[in-house]
Design a protein around this ligand. Structure first.
Ligand code: ADP
Ligand code: MG
Length: 158
C-alpha cells in the first residue's frame, strides 16, 4: 500500500516534504532511499519547514546525525553513508527512535539490522531524461505508517 508522486523540480520536492511535517508524530521513523543526488536531503529540508524549523538543514554526511529541536517536534536527521567506510558504530539509534522526535534516515541500508520493524519508506528516483525530475514512491510498513502514508496522500490532494 502506498502511492507515487512525480516532482518537476527541487522546490516541488521541498513543498511535498513540507506537507508531511504536520502529520508526523514523536517516535516516527522515515527512511529515505535513493542514489546520491536523488534529493533525500532536499526532501528533508521541506519536512523541516513543515515542522516549523527555520534553521538551515545541512547534510549530516560527516556528522552522521544532526538534531533540530526548535520545531513542533524534534527532527533527528541521519545520514548513514559514511558507515560504509567506518562500519556500524554504536550510534544509539534506538534512543532516537524511542525519543520525542521524528527520525529521518538517509542510506538506511547501512544500518539495516538496527531499524525498527515498521517505518515510512520514501524512495526517490531520478528521471534519466530530465535532471530536475524525480519520482517518489511512498510506502508505509505496518498499520501506523500505512495510515500516515494515506494522510499524506490526502493532504497532498488538497
Ligand atoms: P541526496 O541527499 O539524495 O544525495 P540532495 O538533496 O543533497 O540529494 O541533492 C539533490 C540535488 O538535485 C540538489 O542539488 C537539488 O537542487 C537537485 N534537484 C533537482 N531537481 C530536484 C528535485 N525534483 N528534487 C530534489 N532535488 C532536485
Ligand atoms: Mg543527502
Amino acid at each position: 500500500m502506498g502511492f507515487t508522486k512525480k516532482l518537476t523540480n527541487d522546490q516541488a520536492t521541498i513543498a511535498f516534504g513540507k506537507e508531511l511535517g504536520p502529520l508526523v508524530q514523536p517516535g516516527d521513523v522515515i527512511l529515505l532511499d535513493g542514489d546520491l543526488g536523488a534529493g533525500k536531503t532536499t526532501f528533508t529540508k521541506g519536512l523541516a519547514q513543515g515542522l516549523g524549523i527555520k534553521r538551515h538543514i545541512k547534510s549530516p554526511t560527516f556528522t552522521l546525525i544532526r538534531e533540530y529541536q526548535e520545531g513542533r517536534i524534534p527532527l533527528y536527521h541521519m545520514d548513514m553513508y559514511r558507515l560504509e567506510q567506518t562500519g556500524a558504530a554504536d550510534l544509539g539509534l534506538e534512543e532516537y527512535f524511542d525519543g520525542d522526535g521524528v527520525s529521518v534516515i538517509e542510506w538506511s541500508q547501512f544500518v539495516k539490522d538496527l531499524l525498527p520493524d515498521d517505518y515510512l519508506m520514501v524512495h526517490l528516483e531520478k528521471d534519466p531524461d530530465d535532471d530536475n525530475r524525480r519520482m517518489l514512491t511512498i510506502e508505509g510498513k505496518g498499520p501506523h505508517y500505512q495510515k500516515l502514508a494515506q494522510e499524506w496522500e490526502e493532504a497532498d490532494g488538497k
